[in-house]
Design a protein around this ligand. Structure first.
Ligand code: HEC
Ligand code: HEC
Ligand code: HEC
Length: 448
C-alpha cells in the first residue's frame, strides 16, 4: 500500500515537472511573430518586440491570434480572468506597441511605475512564459526610454501663456455670470459661492450647501485648472466645462433653478443684453450662458507656482525636504495617477486600489459608487476622476467625501490604500511639504 502511494506521489511530481517544462517549451516553439514596428525611432523599434511579447497578451484588446496554451482548460480560465482585470486597469493598442501611435503621458507614467517596481508581467505568468521575462538590461533601456520621452513621470509646468486663448468678450461675460446669484432660484447662490476664488476655487466645506441650506452629497472640487481635466465631475458625467455648467443651475440641491427662469432674468438687464450682443450676436440661451462661463473658467489657470519654476530649471525653488518629497512622489508611484499639468485629471481610478478604503472608513453613500453611477459597470464601482493636486494647500478638506483637512493624513491614506506602501511619518511629511509647493498665481497674483 505504502509503495503504491509512493509511486503515485512520484508519478504526480514527474507529470508536474513534464508539464512545467513542456508548456513553456511549446510556447517558445509556437512563438508568435512580433508586429512590425514603424516609429522611426531606432531605440523604440528595438524595444517594441519586448513589450509585445511581455505585455500584449493581457493589455491589448481585440487580439485575434491567441497563443496555443489558450486552448488548455485551466490556463484558459486563468488567462481570461487576468486579461479582464488587466484591461480594466490599463490598455495599450497594437498601433502603440508597433510605434505607429504615441503612448499618452498617463500610459507612460503607469508603465514607468510597474517597470520600476518589477510587478509586470505578473510572476505567475512568467513562470509559464519564460520569453516574457524582461532581462534587467532591457528593463533599464525601457525605463530610460520612458524617462526621456516622458520626463518627470509626465508631470509638467502649467504653461504661462494660456493654451486655450478664450475669446475676451465671452470671458468678461462669463466672469459676471459666474458671480451672479440670479442663476439660483431664490437669488442666494452663485457659482462663486461654492467655488470661491479666495478659497482655492472651492468652498472649504466637507460637502457643499445649496439653496435653502441643503447639504449636497459630495465635496466640491476646485475650478482652478479644471480646464485641463479630461472630463468634469468626480464621476465624469460631464464631457467638458460647457456641459458641466448646466449641472448646478438645474440641480435642486444646488442652485435649484431652470433655464427659462434664468434667461428671463438676464433679458431684463440691459447690460447683459449688450454683453450677449457683442459676445454671441444677442443670443441669450442655455448654450451661450454655459459657453461664456466655460470661457471664463479657461482663464482660471494657476501657473508660476514654486514647483513650476523648479520644473523650469530653478532648483533653488524647492527646499531639500520638498525635493525629497517630490522624489518619493514619482518613485513610489503617486505620479502614475497624479500626472500631467494638473497632477491628476487624466483618468478614473479606484479609491482603494490596494485595500478596501470604504470598509475601513465605514458607512456608505451613493456618491461613494463614483463612476459606477454613470456606467453601471461593476468594474467602475468606487472609481473617481483623479483630482488635481494643484493648489492642494488651499483646497481642503480632501477626497470626494471631504473626510480629512490634514494634507499629511491625506498623503498617508493614499500611500496605504492606493499603493499598499507603509510610508513613514517623515516620508508623509516630506510629500505633504512638496505638495504645498503647488500653490500658483491667478492672473499674476500669488494665491493664498
Ligand atoms: C498575464 C497578464 C499580464 C501581462 C502579460 C502583463 N500584465 Fe499588466 N496587469 C495585469 C493585471 C491582471 C493587472 C491588474 C492589476 C494587478 O493585478 O496588478 C495589470 C495591471 C497593469 C498596470 C496598471 C497598474 C497600476 O498600478 O495602475 C500597468 C501599467 C501594467 N499592467 C503594465 C504592464 C506592462 C508594461 C506589461 C509588460 C511588461 C504588462 N503589464 C504585462 C496582467 C498582465
Ligand atoms: C452648491 C454648491 C455649488 C454650486 C452653486 C456650484 N457648484 Fe460646481 N461643484 C460643486 C460640487 C459639490 C461639485 C462636485 C459634484 C460632483 O462631482 O458630483 C462641483 C463640480 C464642479 C466642477 C467640476 C470640477 C472637477 O474637477 O470635476 C466645475 C467645473 C464646477 N463645479 C463649476 C461650477 C459652475 C460653473 C457653477 C455655476 C454655474 C457651479 N459649479 C456651481 C458645488 C457647487
Ligand atoms: C491608483 C491611482 C492613485 C495613486 C497611485 C495615488 N492617488 Fe491620490 N488620488 C487618487 C484618487 C482616485 C483620488 C480621489 C479619491 C477620493 O476622493 O475618494 C485621489 C486623491 C488624492 C488627494 C486628495 C485630493 C483632493 O483634492 O481631494 C491627495 C492629496 C492625493 N491623492 C495624493 C496622493 C499621493 C501623495 C499619492 C502617493 C502616495 C497618491 N495620491 C497616489 C488616485 C491615486
Amino acid at each position: 500500500m505504502k509503495r503504491i502511494i509512493r509511486l503515485w506521489i512520484l508519478f504526480t511530481i514527474v507529470a508536474a515537472c513534464v508539464m512545467a517544462i513542456m508548456l513553456p517549451v511549446s510556447n517558445l516553439m509556437s512563438a508568435r511573430k512580433s508586429l512590425p514596428t514603424a516609429s522611426g525611432n531606432e531605440q523604440f523599434d528595438s524595444l517594441a518586440p519586448v513589450l509585445q511579447t511581455s505585455c500584449m497578451d493581457c493589455h491589448t484588446p481585440g487580439l485575434t491570434v491567441y497563443p496555443l496554451y489558450f486552448k488548455l482548460p485551466i490556463a484558459n480560465q486563468i488567462i481570461r480572468q487576468d486579461m479582464e482585470s488587466a484591461q480594466a486597469d490599463f490598455q495599450m493598442t497594437r498601433n502603440q506597441l508597433s510605434g505607429k501611435e504615441p503612448f499618452s503621458t498617463l500610459q507612460m507614467a503607469k508603465m514607468e511605475k510597474v517597470l520600476d517596481e518589477g510587478s509586470m508581467p505578473p510572476a505567475r505568468y512568467t513562470f509559464m512564459h519564460w520569453d516574457a521575462i524582461i532581462p534587467r538590461s532591457i528593463k533599464k533601456q525601457l525605463l530610460s526610454w520612458l524617462k526621456l520621452h516622458n520626463p518627470s513621470s509626465g508631470i509638467a509646468a502649467i504653461p504661462v501663456d494660456n493654451p486655450f486663448a478664450p475669446d475676451k468678450q465671452m470671458v468678461e461675460l462669463g466672469k459676471r455670470l459666474f458671480a451672479d446669484k440670479q442663476l439660483s432660484a431664490d437669488g442666494t447662490i452663485a457659482c462663486a459661492s461654492c467655488h470661491s476664488l479666495n478659497k482655492g476655487g472651492t468652498d472649504r466645506s466637507k460637502v457643499s450647501r445649496g439653496i435653502h441650506a441643503q447639504s449636497g452629497p459630495i465635496n466640491a472640487p476646485t475650478v482652478f485648472n479644471a480646464a485641463f481635466n479630461f472630463v468634469q465631475f468626480w464621476d465624469g458625467r460631464a464631457a467638458d466645462l460647457q456641459e458641466q455648467a448646466a449641472g448646478p443651475v438645474n440641480n435642486p440641491k444646488e442652485m435649484g433653478s431652470n433655464w427659462s427662469l434664468v434667461i428671463s432674468r438676464l433679458k431684463k438687464e440691459p447690460s447683459y443684453v449688450r454683453a450677449f450682443q457683442s459676445a454671441f450676436n444677442g443670443a441669450i440661451t442655455d448654450a451661450t450662458i454655459c459657453s461664456a462661463i466655460a470661457s471664463y473658467e479657461k482663464t482660471l489657470l494657476t501657473p508660476n507656482s514654486r514647483f513650476d519654476k523648479f520644473l523650469d530649471g530653478d532648483k533653488t525653488k524647492l527646499s531639500a525636504d520638498e525635493q525629497s518629497g517630490y522624489q518619493l512622489f514619482t518613485s513610489k508611484g503617486c505620479a502614475s495617477c497624479h500626472t500631467g499639468f494638473n497632477l491628476g485629471g487624466l483618468s478614473f481610478e479606484k479609491m482603494g486600489q490596494e485595500q478596501d478604503y470604504f470598509a475601513w472608513r465605514g458607512s456608505s453613500s451613493e456618491a461613494d459608487n463614483g463612476r459606477f453611477n454613470v456606467t453601471h459597470k461593476e468594474s467602475d464601482r468606487h472609481k473617481f476622476k483623479v483630482p488635481t493636486l494643484r493648489n492642494i494647500a488651499l483646497t481642503y478638506p480632501y477626497f470626494h467625501d471631504g473626510s480629512t483637512s490634514d494634507l499629511k493624513t491625506a498623503v498617508r491614506t493614499m500611500s496605504r490604500f492606493q499603493l499598499g506602501w507603509k510610508a513613514t511619518d517623515k516620508e508623509c511629511q516630506q510629500i505633504a511639504e512638496f505638495l504645498k509647493s503647488q500653490t500658483g498665481c491667478l492672473n499674476g497674483q500669488q494665491l493664498k
